[in-house]
Design a protein around this ligand. Structure first.
Ligand SMILES: [Fe+2]
Length: 485
């Protein structure tokens, strides 16, 4: 194993007296390159591709109250090839990152403060946030693409080195939300954005040549807070859910979310469709952060995701003063998301829906080779009670309705897994689940591999990383073949 510290970013952070600046959320500032990671258990020879994890890692002392989603984007990648693995981590050099690096201080307030608190004009549907590009990551057109949940620029990097290669050239003026979707069959990227001005949402398609080929409004009755989208072979699915900013408070500059007495609404639009081709469907009120997959089945479109039973949670007991609401919205055991299936009938316009499993689950993955197809397996994270972290993972079998789980253990927290098919995969679960776990007892993070056929036996390979990493949201897996366009 050869460890090289490539760079250290200068931090001005001095006050760590915040529940999301400690433990698994403690930020770090060193950038490393490690060739040939050591492993406990053999690194499989039939695993060829890249796992890339985005994390939220605050660099400077915040202006006002800190929210963990404000943290600067820091990517971690592990390249697997013929039984060996190399690790790299690199901050995403966003426009905001570079300005704050130069001035050596924060210039933007975060989600918890009013937009006017920021010292410079910013990004995001809320307005005046720093676009940290720290939410999501995919590989499209041979490049890494990172995005921000409140909408911002798209940032490209080289997948093998994580070196910056500029902003994605196709991003429209209203920006791009997190949860862009890559259709592996066509090489296209599907995306949406949202804002506080009419028509409040747009949807678009980027070709495999990285050029914008379609862009259309998805008119909504007002500002909304969508987080994810879904797609089938022929349709894209956008949403208008009843959890959004209170209109009266918004007039006073306060961005407070509340549940409205409205149904959930889903916009189903042909992939290259225009606004007048949208078919709207209604469903039970909820908020849903993430969808797992969608596919066409006769007259129906099937959509799987996580239905929150309680999208506006009660106050969090024991939170530091002023952070009660934030802590509650980060506690999935208060929000109660469960694996759920919606069926939209394109002929009749009716919706059917059902909860698939009683467990509190979120942050799902499937084998992406089965995107837009009837998938048998989904892999979800099991949230920690009280915290935006994960204690374990769950493999759900949609054919039998059975599930198997694995618990990481006391003081060990996982992050969203990705499914990585093995080189000779024939069945849907022929492959590995890849993730990074952090053990706060030992102050170490490790990349872990699970045999997707036997999740409950625990990791078959553990590769310690050179430093503990800060937690975050999303990750992606790309086969080596996806890198050449
Ligand atoms: Fe997300």
């Amino acid at each position: 194993m050869e460890i090289k510290k490539i760079n250290s970013v200068n931090s001005t952070l001095s006050n760590f007296d915040h529940p999301y600046m400690q433990g698994v959320w403690q930020p770090f500032y060193d950038e490393y390159e490690v060739i040939n990671l050591d492993s406990i258990g053999e690194i499989p020879k039939d695993l060829s591709g890249i796992y890339i994890r985005n994390t939220e890692n605050q660099i400077h002392e915040p202006i006002g109250r800190f929210h963990p989603f404000d943290g600067d984007g820091l990517l971690h990648s592990i390249v697997f090839n013929n039984g060996s693995a190399d690790y790299r981590n690199k901050f995403i050099r966003t426009e905001g990152f570079l300005i704050e690096e130069k001035l050596n201080k924060s210039k933007w307030a975060g989600l918890m403060e009013r937009p006017g608190t920021s010292e410079l004009p910013g990004w995001g549907a809320q307005g005046c946030l720093k676009d940290t590009s720290s939410t999501d990551v995919v590989v499209h057109a041979g490049k890494v693409l990172t995005t921000f949940y409140q909408c911002g620029d798209g940032y490209n990097m080289d997948p093998l080195t994580l070196n910056a290669s500029g902003k994605a050239p196709w991003v429209p003026v209203d920006g791009v939300s997190a949860h862009t979707k890559v259709d592996l069959k066509t090489g296209e990227l599907l995306f949406f954005n949202y804002s506080k001005k009419a028509p409040y949402m747009h949807y678009g398609v980027v070709g495999k040549d990285n050029n914008l080929k379609h862009y259309t409004p998805i008119p909504l009755p007002g500002p909304r807070l969508p987080h994810d989208m879904a797609f089938t072979d022929n349709f894209s699915i956008l949403n208008d859910l009843p959890l959004f900013w209170d209109e009266e408070m918004l007039k006073r500059g306060i961005h407070a979310t509340r549940m409205h007495d409205l149904p959930s609404r889903f916009a189903i639009i042909p992939r290259y469709g225009k606004s007048d081709e949208i078919k709207w469907f209604e469903a039970n009120p909820t908020y849903c952060l993430h969808w797992n997959n969608a596919y066409e089945d006769g007259d129906e479109i099937i959509l799987d995701g996580y239905f929150q039973e309680n999208p506006v949670p009660e106050k969090y007991d024991g939170a530091p003063k002023g952070l009660e609401r934030m802590m509650a919205f980060l506690d999935n055991h208060l929000l109660k998301p469960r694996l759920h299936r919606w069926r939209f009938n394109l002929k009749t316009g009716s919706t059917k829906e059902e909860t698939l499993d009683d467990k509190i689950l979120e942050f799902g993955a499937i084998n992406q080779q089965f995107a837009c197809r009837k998938h048998r397996y989904s892999y979800s994270m099991m949230p920690t009670k009280g915290w935006f972290t994960f204690d374990g993972l769950c493999k759900y079998d949609h054919q039998t309705g059975k599930s198997e789980t694995y618990d990481f253990g006391e003081g060990i927290f996982g992050s969203e897994v990705c499914f990585a098919p093995n080189d000779n995969a024939k069945n849907e679960d022929d492959g590995y689940l890849v993730s990074i776990v952090t053990d706060i007892n030992k102050h170490i993070s490790s990349c872990v591999l699970f045999d997707a056929k036997n999740v409950s036996q625990g990791p078959i390979c553990v590769m310690p990383l050179p430093q503990q990493i800060c937690s975050g949201t999303h990750a992606t897996w790309a086969q080596m073949s996806e890198l050449s366009y």
